[in-house]
Design a protein around this ligand. Structure first.
Ligand SMILES: [Zn+2]
Ligand SMILES: [Zn+2]
Length: 402
C-alpha cells in the first residue's frame, strides 16, 4: 500500500452543508426547490409581455407615450428586486466546526450536570439582555450553535438564517436579514405594477369600446381578458402581502415573530428591537446598513486528499480519503471506498452436500462474522427534547414574575 497526498483548492460553497443550490461559481445562491419561483417569473413576464403587445401601442398613440415608458421602468424595477431577493444570501449562519460543537456540548453538559437516565435534559437556552428585555438564545441541534437573537432554522434550506422572516417559495429563497428590504420593495413595486396594468387594461377596453363596441374590442385584443384575470387574482394577495409587511416594518417585527406571538399574547414581553416610532422603525429596516455575507462562499479552501493504492499489481482500485482545511466549514469526507481485490466473503451455508464434520466449524465462523454487529447495539431512541418555544415562553414568563 502506498499513499499519495493531493492538495487541491476548492471554493467554500462547494463544501457548505445545507440544502441551498449555487450557480455562477457561488455568486448565485437559492433554495433547492425553485418550481414556484419559475411560475412567478412566468406570470410577471407573461402578463407584462401581453400588456406591451396589446395595450401599449394603442395607449401610447391615444393617451400618452409615457404610459409604456413608466410600465417598462416599473417592470425592470420589479425584476431587479425579485432577482436580488432570490439570488442572494438571506443571512445564512455558518455551522459550528466539529471542535466548536464539541466544546459547546461540553459546556452545556457541565452546566446541566448529570441528568438521570430516563429524565429529560433541561432545554438548551441562554439568556441575553437586549434593551432591558430578556431574550432567549436557542440551541440549534443541526447547526450546533446558539442562534443569535431573531435567527431561526429554515427546515427547507436546512440552515439557520439571521433575522429570519420566512421561507418564500415565490422568490425561491429564505427572506432574512440580508434580503428583507429587497423582498419588501419587490412586493411593493409588484403591487404598483399590477394596479397599473389592471387600470390601463380597463381604460384601454373602455376607450376602444366607444369606437368599435365591447365585444369587438375583446376579439381584437384577446390578451386583455387574460391580463385582467391574472391581475385581478394577483392584486388581492400581493397588495395584502405588502400591507402586512408594511405593518410589520412599522413595528420592526418579523413574520416569524408575528406568527409565534413573540412580543404579544400571553408573553406580554415588549419588542426590544422596536424604537416605538414608526418612522424610525421603517428607516432602520429599509435604510439601515447592509450586512456582508458571513459565508464567504467564493473564498478558497484547501482540500487534502490522501490516495492510497493497493499493492496488488492486478488491482487498479484506490482508496481516497480527503480532508479540507482553511475555511469556516471544515469537511472531512471519504470520496471513494476501499475496493481492493478480495475473495468473495459471502457466508457459507451448510447444505445437504456438506460433510457432517465440517458443519460445526461453518456455524462457528458464521457466528464469529456476525459478532461485531453485536458490539454496536441499535441506536437507542432519545426522548424528544422539550419544545424550545414552550420553554422559552415559560422561562420568559418566569422572568417576568421575578
Ligand atoms: Zn440551524
Ligand atoms: Zn429557507
Amino acid at each position: 500500500m502506498s499513499a499519495v497526498m493531493i492538495t487541491r483548492k476548492v471554493r467554500k460553497w462547494e463544501k457548505l452543508p445545507g440544502k441551498n443550490t449555487f450557480c455562477c461559481d457561488g455568486r448565485v445562491m437559492m433554495a433547492r426547490q425553485k418550481g414556484v419561483f419559475y411560475l412567478t417569473l412566468f406570470l410577471i413576464i407573461g402578463t407584462c409581455s401581453l400588456f406591451f403587445a396589446f395595450e401599449c401601442p394603442y395607449l401610447a398613440v391615444h393617451l400618452s407615450p409615457a404610459i409604456p415608458v413608466f410600465a417598462a421602468v416599473l417592470f425592470l424595477f420589479v425584476m431587479a428586486m425579485l432577482l436580488r431577493t432570490s439570488f442572494s444570501d438571506p443571512g445564512v449562519l455558518p455551522r459550528a466546526l466539529p471542535e466548536e460543537a464539541t466544546f459547546i456540548e461540553m459546556e452545556i453538559e457541565a452546566a446541566n450536570g448529570n441528568v438521570p437516565a430516563g429524565q429529560r435534559p433541561p432545554p438548551r437556552i441562554r439568556n441575553v439582555q437586549i434593551n432591558n428585555q430578556i431574550v432567549k438564545l436557542k440551541y440549534c441541534y443541526t447547526c450546533k450553535i446558539f442562534r443569535p437573537p431573531r435567527a431561526s432554522h429554515c427546515s427547507i434550506c436546512d440552515n439557520c438564517v439571521d433575522r429570519f422572516d420566512h421561507h418564500c417559495p415565490w422568490v425561491g429563497n429564505c427572506v432574512g436579514k440580508r434580503n428583507y428590504r429587497y423582498f419588501y420593495l419587490f412586493t411593493l413595486s409588484l403591487s404598483l405594477l399590477t394596479i397599473y396594468i389592471f387600470t390601463f387594461d380597463i381604460v384601454h377596453v373602455a376607450m376602444r369600446s366607444v369606437d368599435s363596441g365591447f365585444l369587438n374590442t375583446l376579439k381584437e385584443t384577446p390578451g386583455t381578458v387574460l391580463e385582467v384575470l391574472v391581475c385581478f387574482f394577483t392584486l388581492w394577495s400581493v397588495v395584502g402581502l405588502t400591507g402586512f409587511h408594511t405593518y410589520l416594518i412599522s413595528l420592526n417585527q418579523t413574520t416569524n415573530e408575528d406568527i409565534k406571538g413573540s412580543w404579544s399574547g400571553k408573553n406580554r414581553v415588549q419588542n426590544p428591537y422596536s424604537h416605538k416610532n414608526i418612522i424610525k422603525n421603517c428607516c432602520e429596516v429599509l435604510c439601515g446598513p447592509t450586512y456582508p455575507s458571513v459565508l464567504d462562499r467564493r473564498g478558497l479552501m484547501q482540500e487534502d486528499s490522501s490516495v492510497s493504492t493497493c499493492a496488488d499489481p492486478t488491482s487498479s482500485s484506490t482508496s481516497t480519503s480527503s480532508s479540507s482545511s482553511g475555511g469556516n466549514n471544515t469537511v472531512s469526507q471519504t470520496t471513494h471506498a476501499i475496493l481492493c481485490l478480495q475473495k468473495p466473503t459471502a457466508p457459507l451455508i451448510p447444505n445437504e452436500h456438506t460433510p457432517d464434520d465440517a458443519k460445526p466449524s461453518i456455524a462457528a465462523s458464521a457466528e464469529k462474522s456476525s459478532s461485531p454487529k453485536e458490539e454496536h447495539p441499535p441506536a437507542t431512541k432519545v426522548p424528544p427534547l422539550a419544545s424550545p418555544e414552550t420553554d422559552a415562553e415559560t422561562s420568559i414568563a418566569k422572568d417576568k414574575t421575578h
